[in-house]
Ligand binder design. Structure first.
Ligand SMILES: Cc1cc2nc3c(=O)[nH]c(=O)nc-3n(C[C@H](O)[C@H](O)[C@H](O)COP(=O)(O)OP(=O)(O)OC[C@H]3O[C@@H](n4cnc5c(N)ncnc54)[C@H](O)[C@@H]3O)c2cc1C
Ligand SMILES: *[C@@H]1O[C@H](CO)[C@@H](O)[C@H](O)[C@H]1NC(C)=O
Ligand SMILES: *[C@@H]1O[C@H](CO)[C@@H](O)[C@H](O)[C@H]1NC(C)=O
Length: 562
């Protein structure tokens, strides 16, 4: 009797799934070792990589940046396939302009005020991420370390959620410690109804809001402080991919034979055999895993690599879902429940080419606008600004002189954005901008040295009487799409890096007595959320795909082939 080739089914055609397929296929094909297929619930490959087009420009609805080019496998592929250059302009092709920071009500804040708070925030995050080491030659840094150490000590003794320190409470304590340390300095005047302290807090919030979009923690008080220092970034600049992020995934998929990736194949249930014996019933060898699809079809497999998002796993272990039968063991479901997974969305808006019917060349460049909002409890809040805009850090053209603007949203605001109509979004953004560029034009400049000077001319000032009109918008919908149910994972307060490792463990669990006779490596887990130090990224997903492919290659002694 001819032995059947082991069948490996990969669930999901995102970066992790396609990478695993690429590795398994290229490392074993000449030996013809496996039967391999990728089943994808959606109608396209790429998953959370979703390169699209808006108003003639190539844009990214999902993954956007190569986070550090030094040592990034994504960078290497993009370079090899010549995806880093394009004739056409692309999203973030040029480094960002100097931001114009404007407060609600329309005061443009001078860089000297903004920079000291921006540096404070950056230092606090560097400290949290373990990047800031006290150096003897820099007294400034040394002072800062004391400040940060004090902040983390205060936080620890106060306790965060469940007695553990969050990034949110750490940075806020850092701000308080900063205020304490500068209290003796001469009181500097605020502007309008803004006091100096309120302005500084509003600038600080811009950075907190940016950090929410980086981490996908809807609120930084849910982001674990200790885990922050385990996260690794590649060195070097951060860049976008000129020909689109999708070209990287397409390149990995291009070696796979036609038909190996099956689209429109949504898995509804995975049956597996955690305990032995079943595999020998009727006296012949069964494939131990059974995949049930939404269309009612069934496929058997020896090994399944599950790459669905942490959000889909969280929903899948819920009472009424039962994605796994029997359910995943408690050590697995507990890690899945504890880890954080949030929503981040991108909003693209097209500025109408000539607002107020004026000549197009009068239209001035839209700045890299950072928005300093009033506190939630302030009476000075402009009533017309909708709540879902109030934690938006910035609005910025996608490249110099582009008429397409981009904003990032996180948390509840990102989820709300998905449910709004295009008209509601346009009027909410327009109302917000009219508060930052008030009419008639009365912009004031706030700086450290000069008390107040009205009507200073600058890039923001040139947008006088703007009344911005938008013709069209495009927004991502990662939170409500059932194939993603969110954007990326983070280590929530109450979880740790160990949970990310736990997520990566294959089933049945090794050395478990009950599963001693059960076929090994039935369910393997890859995907962004299974990488301890590079979670939340495309390269984390890539590494996880390599890892699980290698696990199977080792198991079948196919190593050293490459
Ligand atoms: C808005 C946004 C911005 C981002 N920005 C960046 C960035 O700048 N840089 C960066 O490195 N990363 C970024 N990321 C994160 C990055 O996109 C992800 O970490 C990475 O793409 C995840 O890949 P994956 O293979 O783990 O998961 P996915 O891409 O989610 O792949 C899983 C696949 O499984 C499929 N699937 C789900 N359920 C089923 C089912 N039941 N049956 C069959 N198939 C199913 C899905 O359709 C999907 O294709 C961003 C993500 C978002 C959403
Ligand atoms: C700025 O303008 C406001 C009203 O337009 C006026 O009350 C105020 O005195 C002006 N401030 C300066 C410094 O000119
Ligand atoms: C992916 O991009 C398309 C536009 O090309 C968009 O319609 C779709 O909603 C995007 N997916 C998500 C989950 O945002």
């Amino acid at each position: 009797m001819v032995a059947k080739k082991p069948r490996i089914v990969i669930v999901g055609a995102g970066m992790a799934g396609i990478t695993a397929a690429n590795r398994l296929y290229t490392c074993s094909t000449f030996k013809d070792t496996f039967e391999l297929c990728v089943v994808e619930g959606g109608t396209r490959i790429g998953g959370r990589i979703n390169t699209s087009e808006f108003c003639g420009d190539r844009i990214e609805m999902g993954a956007t940046w190569i986070h550090g080019i030094g040592g990034s496998p994504v960078y290497k592929i993009a370079q090899d396939i010549h995806s880093l250059d394009s004739e056409q302009p692309w999203e973030c092709m040029d480094g960002p302009d100097e931001p114009s920071t404007v407060s609600e009500g329309g005061f443009e804040l001078s860089p000297s005020v903004v920079d000291s708070i921006s540096t404070l925030f950056k230092n606090l995050m560097d400290y949290a991420q373990g990047k800031l080491l006290p150096s003897s030659d820099s007294t400034e840094e040394l002072d800062f370390c004391k400040l940060a150490a004090k902040a983390s000590k205060i936080c620890t003794s106060n306790g965060g959620v469940g007695g553990k320190l969050s990034v949110g409470s750490f940075v806020r304590q850092g701000l308080e410690a900063y205020w304490d340390s500068v209290r003796d300095e001469e009181e500097i005047q605020g502007c309008g109804k803004w006091s100096r302290k309120l302005l500084e807090e509003a600038i600080f919030s811009i950075h907190e809001n940016t950090q929410r979009t980086y981490t996908s923690a809807g609120d930084l008080s849910t982001l674990d402080f200790d885990a922050e220092s385990e996260y690794r970034m590649f060195p070097g600049e951060e860049i976008t991919i000129a020909k689109g992020y999708l070209t990287v995934v397409e390149s990995l998929a291009s070696v796979l034979p036609h038909g190996l990736i099956q689209l429109g194949r949504k898995v509804s249930r995975i049956e597996w055999q955690p305990e032995g014996h079943q595999s020998m019933e009727n006296g012949y060898t069964h494939r131990p895993v059974k995949l049930h699809f939404c269309d009612g079809s069934v496929m058997s497999a020896d090994h399944v690599i599950v790459t669905v998002s942490l959000g889909v796993l969280k929903a899948g272990i819920g009472q009424d879902s039962g994605m796994f039968n029997p359910p995943l063991p408690p050590f697995k479901t507990e890690a899945i429940s504890r880890l954080g997974y949030g929503v981040v969305n991108k909003l693209f808006l097209q500025l109408s080419s000539s607002h107020d019917g004026r000549d197009a060349d009068i239209d001035k460049k839209f700045p890299f606008l950072q928005m300093a909002f009033h506190r939630p409890d302030s009476d000075l809040r402009h009533k017309k600004i909708p709540w879902w805009m109030r934690r938006t850090a910035s609005i910025c053209p996608i490249y110099k002189n582009s008429r397409v603007l981009l904003s990032w949203f996180a948390g509840e605001e990102a989820l709300e954005l998905e449910s709004l109509s295009d008209e509601e979004v346009i009027s909410g953004v327009s109302d917000t901008l009219s508060s930052f560029f008030p009419q008639p034009y009365k912009q004031m400049k706030y700086s450290n040295s000069l008390p107040l000077s009205n009507g200073s001319v600058n890039s923001v000032g040139s947008l006088e009487g703007s009344g911005f009109k938008f013709t069209k918008i495009l927004k991502s919908k990662w939170g409500s799409d059932p194939l993603f149910l969110g954007s990326y994972s983070y280590v929530a307060v109450g979880s740790s890096g160990d949970d990310l490792d736990t997520l990566a463990e294959p089933l049945p669990k090794l050395g478990n007595l009950e599963s001693a006779d059960s076929p090994p490596l039935q369910i393997l887990f890859a995907g962004e959320a299974t990488h301890r130090t590079h979670y939340s990224t495309t390269h984390g997903a890539y590494f996880s795909g390599i890892r699980e492919a290698n696990r199977l290659l080792h198991h079948y002694n196919c190593v050293g082939v490459n």
